[in-house]
Design a protein around this ligand. Structure first.
Ligand SMILES: *Cc1c(COP(=O)(O)O)cnc(C)c1O
Length: 422
């Protein structure tokens, strides 16, 4: 099935159960069991069904099935936010004494989570260059449990060398985790390029209207075999889980990675997505494909305009032929479409501030992926806690402006920027 068809149908059969055209919200905390045996069977995984909404929910279940299919995965699990999706994906494989490898181009929240917060759990992060993966292999050791990167990174708008990262990871037997938030499931599917696990902040393009925070983890087919083949590195998928009456995950015929997140991490830490947010995402996911087409097409038009403007020193958009990421965008993304983020440089800090304050259609917001266009000055906001050298490393100058192109008519957006740049 094609992705735009999957987005409106997968995971829901209106001839069974509810019988409604729109998927209802199962706004409930818990579920009634038929009898004591039914309850016991559910807890023992002999039968599948809902026990308690911290673990599963019928509305969320539809979204999980739909999203898994959209990404070409075997299974998915929704969680409360993009941040908790990243956290669960990492601590599902790493524990105290282990390390992970993370890209040098990541979302700010991922950087603080993976370099500061999980350090206090005893998990250390080593940084590799995701543009070419040139220093990846040499940093992998026996304790390396995951390689984490963003397909199209926020805010650097860089595209990782996905083929090379996957090739090294497969040879070394290390799990790859790709944050696909900015590219979205409509434009890119990491699993089709060999990635093991995909995470999203669904708060961004997947929601598309800035109306709900959410996260999701998707796994490829066959991870149980991967964990068996690399049983020394991933022993806890192959040994009895004492906390779940001795369950061995690789012996359960369900997508293993998400199963362990559900049974152990969601059970114990509980960053569950609310059924209402799952329902909102089921509404918006139906239009993901057409929205990403428009975000990408409009962003290209705006980027082309900026490239020719005398007051603009440089434009970074992977859909532009002048971009160092153009070839990768063509190789990986659907029809070379590069989503809605653009960054550009003006002469000095004062000009940057003036442009931001003068733009009328663009809201000054530190978010991305909204139907409304957004503008931000990273150096004084999202990246204000970084030192000058860290800013340079992150590719953020005091003269950098970042745009998230919405669904307005691009002619109006260009007109607005023209006036702001006057
Ligand atoms: C926003 C974002 C996150 C965090 O997601 P939340 O839903 O805000 O917790 C993670 N990764 C990327 C690339 C993001 O843009």
């Amino acid at each position: 099935m094609q992705k735009d068809t999957i987005a409106v149908h997968a995971g829901y059969n209106n001839k069974e159960g509810w019988g409604t055209m729109n998927v209802p919200i199962a706004q409930t905390t818990a579920y009634a069991f038929r009898d004591a045996e039914h309850a016991a069977n559910l807890f023992a995984l002999k039968e599948l069904g809902s026990i308690y909404t911290r673990l599963t929910n019928p509305t969320t279940d539809v979204l999980e099935q739909r999203f898994a299919q959209l990404e070409g995965g075997a299974g998915a699990i929704c969680v409360a936010s993009g941040q908790s999706a990243i956290f669960y994906a990492i601590v599902n494989v790493a524990e105290a004494g282990d390390n992970i490898l993370i890209s040098d181009k990541l979302y700010g929240g991922a950087v603080t989570l993976l370099t500061h917060t999980i350090k206090r759990f005893g998990i250390s992060a080593k940084i590799f260059k995701s543009d070419d993966a040139s220093n990846l292999e040499e940093q992998i050791d026996d304790k390396t449990k995951a390689i984490f990167f963003e397909s199209l990174s926020n805010p650097q708008i860089a595209i990782a060398d996905i083929d090379k990262i996957v090739e090294i990871a497969k040879r070394k037997g290390v799990l790859t985790v790709c944050d696909n938030t900015v590219a979205s499931a409509a434009l890119f599917n990491p699993i089709k390029f060999g990635v093991d696990v995909v995470v999203h902040s669904t708060s961004k393009y997947t929601n598309g209207q800035g109306s709900a925070i959410g996260g999701i983890v998707v796994e490829r087919d066959g991870l149980a075999d991967f964990f068996k083949q690399n049983s020394k590195r991933y022993y806890h998928f192959n040994e009895p889980d004492e906390s779940y009456h001795g369950l061995v995950y690789t012996e359960v015929p369900l997508p293993n990675f998400c199963l362990r997140i559900r049974l152990a991490l969601l059970r114990d830490i509980g960053a569950t997505q609310s059924p209402y947010n799952s329902w909102l995402l089921l509404q918006t996911i139906e239009t993901l494909d057409i929205r990403m087409e428009k975000h990408s097409k409009s962003a290209l038009e705006v980027a082309k305009f900026l490239e020719t403007h005398p007051k603009v020193k440089a434009v970074n958009y992977p859909g532009l032929e002048s971009s160092p990421y153009y070839k990768k965008a063509q190789k990986y993304f659907k029809d070379g479409k590069a989503s809605g983020l653009i960054s550009f440089e003006v002469e000095d800090y004062d000009t940057a501030k003036k442009v931001i304050d003068s733009a009328k259609l663009f809201s000054v917001v530190v978010n991305i992926g909204d139907s409304k266009s957004l503008i931000v000055h990273p150096a004084s906001t999202t990246h204000s806690q970084l030192s000058e050298t860290e800013l340079k490393k992150a590719g953020v100058n005091p003269t950098t402006i970042r745009l998230s192109i919405g669904l307005e008519n691009p002619l109006d957006l260009i007109e607005d920027l023209k006036l702001a740049l006057k």
